[in-house]
Design a binder for this molecule. Sequence first.
Ligand SMILES: [Zn+2]
Length: 301
Amino acid sequence: MDKKHDSKICIMIIPHTKKVKRITIPSWVPKATITSVLTIAATFFIILNSISSSNSNLKQEYHKKISEINNLEEENKNKEIELSKLKSQTEELRQKTNEVEDKLEEIDKLQRKLEKMAGIKSPSRGGNISREIKPETLDPKDGMAALKETLEDKERELEIFIQDLEERFEYLEHIPDLWPAKGKFTSNFGSRKNPFGRGIGFHQGIDIANSSGTNILAAGKGVVTFSGTKNGYGKVIIIKHGYGYETLYGHNQTLLVDVGDKVDKGQIIGKMGSTGRSTGPHLHFEIHKDGEPIDPLRVLK
Ligand SMILES: [Zn+2]
């Protein structure tokens, strides 16, 4: 046997009064104890070190997160600013849309009124502003684009409407519906007793009597196709108005227009007289439609 294994350590405890106590421990115990303590200490150190390093990682992580949070907050602020800008733009768009809608309604009313006045019906060809547009749900740019499109539609519709109106006014200007002279209505259209003899004659027009020299007006816009003397009619003017209408003005004292002259509705074309087969100063006025004499009272307003 090795001596070392036999060596022992003896610890003596000597109290004052009582008997001495002897504790014998093997000599390897203190070494083992120191080794254990060192091992434990080393282990603790490693653990502590690891904890401290992990702690430092956590700290870094923490700072990173804080900085991320700060960035997010910053981003959020910017988003809020953008959102509030968007909201104010949207509000502006909503107001503009409402204003435009009101204006369009006014224009529509005016258009209907004009249609009624001009006696035309031009059904809405463009689009009315869509009530579907809800700017609060729209990107202002989309809203603006929709509004622009609606306005362009309306503009096209109004262009066509104005064209219709112009055509209508042109038509109305040509229709011979203006009383051609002031005076007394002395004879109507149709069968009547012959003023120059016996029997019944057919009167192709109406008679308006007034003093000699009373203005004779063109009943509608047109072109003079005859200005001269005709049997019975005396000094007579014939105007072609288009749309199948022609008018004749008889018994004039004076003719103020020539063949080929363009005349406007209401233009003075002659002076009242009693030329031709006439019993006194008056205008004999005829309206022909598609070559046939018609009752002027059906046309005159
Ligand atoms: Zn007559």
